[in-house]
Design a protein around this ligand. Structure first.
Ligand code: NOJ
Ligand code: CA
Length: 494
């Protein structure tokens, strides 16, 4: 029996440069994360996913890796990582890294020494376009006199997985980190690793832009995921493979779980991209529930370093709506992944044109601003501006009515009530604007995402947590009334 520890876990994403700076150079680092473990343990999370920590020219802030088994000097050393793994482990917190197998940096030694590890053509062979805009996914390399493929920035050449020598390199990389106690990987662009061998044109479908049938989503990628799952399963406890399988086609997305032999978790972007609207969210969850193979488990997130923060995207800066979103993420059937600051209802930052450092347009920097630890932020000259610090850890930790305390209660309740982790998801009738579901027999979640009060009937239990912290402990038998932007968790009476 595999111990699937991740199914009970709450994940927490840390963008390392922006989380906590131990040496005061304005850049968050691994020692900073270690210093904040007390906070994360208090909050109750189970695992930290760190965005790439490896040496990188930082064209795409770590997603252009120049050494897969090193640590970027801005962030620390291999010893710092070992210390973080050990100190987190002592607090029951696991560390996940980010694997970038689709491409490396053009400064990786492979790009010059092993050109056969990349995809080349004498002429631009097809209509594939770079995800970051700017047209063709092919760039001319003066030294070789040929074009190379890059699905992302020109400094991120795509690896050629048809070369049988590439896969053993990545198995070596996985083992290197697994042997050092790393609990698993978030896998970058897990849907794109293999490219069409014949480099056929992507279909151009009117109104739908270019569908990436040949530059991504190739069937051979499943074989790689299968091999990695087998490898991860040889460790004790088994290591986690969490995929960024970026397909909004729910059937295609569900395929990345295979027969329970590929990804353990995959971000369900159908929910992430829905509005915080009862109809849309409920539809996204119903689609995921219907499409998932029996063995599969989704991962829910509302924020990340690419799309920005849920408090802005979903809630327009309104704390009550942010709490509804947090309640949802932590009580759906699946593993929630909070992005640093979600627990404070932190909004996306305001990064002026002169401060933008991102290679993509529109810039993703507003979602990557530093974590505000104190009313002044707690940073010296940070690499990205600290814009909004009124929501900060110090103030919210001291205020038992804060969103931070609310999130902590939510995580603790999830830990206390098994149905909230593993109970079956079953939607129940709710008026327009509201959405309610049962988890197993013992828990019920009701959210009013509309503008009018609603009543949800046939409820029996006691209120365990409410978004505005009122009425907790009250017994309900019959109708449950919810004000606009209010959510409640009702559990069976003890
Ligand atoms: C997805 C990552 O989340 C994003 O930040 C990055 O730019 C691309 N993959 C390319 O690695
Ligand atoms: Ca630093």
């Amino acid at each position: 029996m595999i111990e699937r520890w991740w199914r009970d876990a709450v994940l927490y994403q840390v963008y390392p440069r922006s989380f906590a700076d131990a040496n005061g150079d304005g850049i968050g680092d691994l020692a900073g994360v270690a210093q904040r473990l007390e906070y994360l343990e208090w909050l109750g999370i189970d695992a930290i996913w760190l965005n790439p920590v490896h040496p990188s020219p930082n064209v795409d802030w770590g997603y252009d890796v120049s050494d897969y088994t090193g640590i970027h000097p801005d962030l620390g050393t291999l010893e710092d990582l070992a210390r973080l793994v050990a100190e987190a482990g002592a607090r029951g917190i696991r560390i996940l890294l980010d694997l970038v197998p689709n491409h490396s940096s053009d400064r990786h030694p492979w790009f010059r020494e092993r050109p056969d590890f990349y995809v080349w053509a004498d002429e631009i062979p097809n209509n594939w376009e770079s995800i970051f805009g700017g047209g063709s996914a092919w760039t001319f390399d003066d030294e070789r006199g040929r074009y190379y493929l890059h699905n992302f920035a020109p400094q991120q050449p795509d690896l050629n997985w048809w070369n049988p020598e590439v896969a053993p390199e990545f198995e070596r990389i996985l083992r290197f980190w697994f042997d050092r106690g790393v609990a698993g990987f978030r896998i970058d662009v897990a849907h794109a690793i293999f490219k069409d061998r014949e480099l056929r044109d992507d279909p151009v479908i009117p109104g739908l832009g270019m569908r990436r049938r040949y530059s991504m989503f190739r069937p051979e990628t499943h074989g790689i995921l299968r091999d990695w799952r087998a490898l991860a399963g040889t460790y004790d406890p088994p290591r986690l493979l969490l995929g960024e399988a970026y397909s909004l086609d729910v059937e295609q997305w569900a395929g990345y779980f295979g027969d329970g032999d590929q990804l353990d978790l995959a971000f369900a972007f159908m929910l992430t991209h829905a509005d915080l609207d009862a109809e849309q969210m409920r539809g996204a969850v119903a689609d995921v529930e219907a499409a998932l193979p029996a063995n599969a488990w989704p991962c829910w997130a509302g924020s990340n370093h690419d799309i920005g923060r849920l408090a802005t995207r979903w809630a327009g800066g309104d704390d009550a709506r942010t709490r509804c979103a947090l309640m949802m993420l932590l009580t759906l059937r699946g593993t929630p992944c909070l992005y640093y600051g979600d627990e404070l209802a932190l909004t996306s930052g305001d990064v002026t044109a002169e401060r933008i450092v991102d290679c993509a347009t529109p810039s993703r920097d507003p979602g990557r601003t530093p974590m505000p630890w104190t009313p002044g932020g707690g940073w010296t000259d940070p690499w990205l501006p600290l814009t909004e610090t009124s929501r900060n850890v110090e103030a919210q930790r001291a205020d038992s009515d804060s969103t931070l305390h609310f999130t902590r209660h939510l995580i603790a309740l999830r830990r206390r009530i098994p149905a909230l982790r593993s109970g079956r998801y079953q939607e129940i009738a709710a008026p327009e604007g509201a959405w309610a579901w049962r988890r197993g027999d013992d828990a019920l979640v009701a959210l009013n995402l509309g503008d009018d009060p609603v009543e949800i009937g046939a409820i029996d239990g006691s209120i365990a947590l409410s978004t505005n912290r009122s009425r907790e402990g009250e017994n309900i038998s019959g109708n449950l009334t919810l004000a606009p932007s209010e959510g409640m968790i009702v559990v069976a009476k003890a």
